[in-house]
Design a protein around this ligand. Sequence first.
Ligand code: 2HA
Ligand code: ZN
Length: 275
Amino acid sequence: MDNTTGFHALLEQITRTTHDLWIKGWAERNAGNISVRLAPDQIPGNPEKNSEWVACGFDAPELGGELFLFSGTGCYMRNVALHPECHLGVVELDGAGRRFRRVWGFTGGGRPTSEIAPHLRAHGARLQASGGADRVVMHAHTPCVIALTHCLDLDTARLTRLLWEMHTECIVVFPDGCGYIPWQLPGSLALGDATAEELRKRPMAVWQFHGTVGTGPDIDTVLGLMDTAEKAAQLYNLAAAAGGVRNKLSTEQLTTLARAFHVTPDPDILGAIQS
Ligand code: 2HA
Ligand code: ZN
C-alpha cells in the first residue's frame, strides 16, 4: 500500500465514522472529536512544510515528531464527509512536543479540536500503555452513559462493575474497565491529565456530565468499545425505567466469561480470579 492509498483509506474510515456519530445521536452541533496518530503508511503525500508553528500550551515530549490527524475545532461531525479537507487536518508536533504546524487540510483556516489537550494526553498515555499499538482517540456525547453520571454516585470501580453486570459483552470487550473522571472544564489540561491517569490502565473513560473518550489501535475498535459501554448504560437506563434492575451478571458469571474468553479483568474491580 502506498502512502496516498493509506491516507485515503483512513479518510474514508473517518468520514464514515463521523457520520455514524451524528446518526447515533452522539454528536449534536459541534460535539465530538477524533484524532489519529498517523502510522508511516497513513502520512499524506506532499505534506506542506511552510505553515507556522503554533504553541500547544503544554509539553508532550513523548509525542515529539509525531503526525496527527485531528477533527477541527467547531466542526459539525455531520458535515465532515462533505468537505474532509476543510474539517480535518494533519499536524506535525515539533521534536519537544511543544508546538504543532499544519501539514495537510484545515483549508479555510481550521485548527485542531478544542479538546487537543485531552487528546494529546490520551495519546501519550496509550502510546506507553499499548507499546505503540493504540493510535486513535475519539470523544463523543454518548447520552446513556452521560445520564448515568447524573443519576448515580460513581467512581471507576462502580461504573465498570455496573457496565460489566448489565451486558454480557462488556467484560470481554473492556476487561481493564472504564475509567470515571469527575467533571473538569472541557478542553483543559486538568481534564487531559485526569484522563491520562485512567488511560494508563484502561482504554476508555467517562467524563462526568459530558461524554465518553475511547482509544485503541483503529477506528472500528474504538467505536465498538464506546458503543458497547453505551449499550450497557442504555440497558441499565431501560431496566431502571421499567421498574428497577432486579437481576444482573454475578461475579461468578463474570469470572466464567473471563475464563472462557481468555481475558484478565482488572483484579481491583472484579477480584482476583482463582484458577
Ligand atoms: O468539540 O465535544 O468536548 C466539542 C466537544 C467538546
Ligand atoms: Zn465534548
